[in-house]
Design a protein. Sequence first.
Length: 602
Amino acid sequence: MVAEHRLLAGRYRLLDPLGRGGMGVVWRARDELLGRPVAVKEVLVPQELPEEERDVLRRRTLREARSAARLTHPSVVMMYDVVEEDGRPWLVMELVPSRTLAQVCRERGRLPWREVAGIGLEVLAALQAAHPAGVLHRDVKPSNVLLADDGRVVLTDFGIASLEGDGSLTRSGALLGSPAFIAPERVRARGVGPESDLWSLGATLYTAVEGRPPFDRGSALPTLAAAVTEPPDPAQFAGPLWPVIEGLLRKDPAERMSAAEATRLLRLAVWTPDVATSIADRSDGTVSAAPPSVAQRPWGDSDRDSGQRTRVLPIPSFTPEADHAAGSPRLPLAAGGDSPAGEDGGYRSVSGPPNRIVRTVLPAAVTCLLVLAAVAGWTVMKATRDPSMGQLGTAARPSQTSQAPRSTSTAQRPRSPSPTPKGTRTVSPTTTTRAPTAARSPSVTRSPSTEPSDPVAAVPAGFERHRDPTGFSLAVPEGWTYARESGQVYFREPSGSGLLIIDQTTRPKADPVADWRQQEEARRSGYTDYQRIRIEAVDYFDKAADWEFTYAGRSGRQHVLIRGVVTSASQAYGIYWSTRDEQWEENLRLLGTVLDTFQPAS
């Protein structure tokens, strides 16, 4: 290993080692020309190798640089330069202040399934950027997943990456990679494809959520044999993640869960509070255009699964007795059946499968249900204590505005509106100001009219009106990204932690407050350091209840408020609002505008 402070290629000053792996040492360095920090990977070539093998290693390193240089994605470490010195290449790349997932797991033992779902989603995004470019990673594992200080999850070390069509540069008989994370087809030398990286991701997710690899047998050969011939060890803490893990760890690559399916399930798990909300009380348990049930068995209500492999979210008593008897309880959904005014009434993923629902069993039901629960259950807060803001979340009555009520001649909400293209769109940057207010969201004291005033006139500067195909509308901050999935609508703050989700159902619950209390009892164990702020009724439309709480997330303490809103005997909405706890007060004005401008379908 070279001495510290060496100047490489007359430009890169090596400062101190960040870590060592089987392929070399990574250094913290400084680009003296551009004056920026960088990371430099020093490839260690074993001296005992014959020259031919040393040449293979050098070429493999250059291939790594070519592989990484082809990728531009926030979840992939950027390659800046390749320098050849002392007869070997040095890779100059983005320096990501971070800890590895392996380090975090060693410190904490295991991570909550929701946090692991978020990590998995970003690693999947990196792989989905690499695979279409013909780049295979071949060494996805916890030590190659960086949890950056800025909140990103970054996949690094394409050191044994393979360029499809670039030929194999692996030494004869050598199996590169970590035994606990090598896909069965690689062990059998049956060819490597994108599916192999997905298998390794499944093993990584299992390790993070369970605190140990799925096939660990103490040494390399027994571990490899178990990966090829045995099912993964039973999972106790994976909960709704198990369907994804099980799908990714299938031995046959042809039967393995696809990246798109895994992304769909993971995204749903991340964006949906672990509370399977339920403004909806589906007495018939039907879900249109979706799998028949969210799970084949009730979900566990603690961090341990009672004898079963999965600790999926607990299903409250709203499940129809008939379904219980059949052994396939169903979650109330915001889409599907004769219910929600979901955009397509089916299970369309926002990019992630339902909260770890069994891959083919849980999908649609769980998805919608969870989001609706979260969205419907929690609510955006009540009036702020800042008198300059007036009442937070109070929709204007006709008498409170000079605008005439909207025409209801076209109020009939379409049952199956044309699907909105997936993806995101961004509107112009927001210029709205945010005034700090009380930490707790005060209650709303006035009832909004069920016949809202003209929403256009109510949209303040810095916001834009979103008119949903299902009939509802509301003002959202300009610049927020937009996506929709399974009837739910998502708005995200592009450079912050703000998240707004709207869901709906045509089967409102009779008592939103009682429902949230029941949901809290069943779901609170799914949140690290859960702290309830309040569960209480609020005066908003026909009937509403707020569930506000905080919990410890990977990027800091999160503050959530979900409002379940009943607007008629056959229509209810869930409005979910979440930010980092330290940003809660400054975002109350945004939340107040969202609530004040919300208009249900006519």
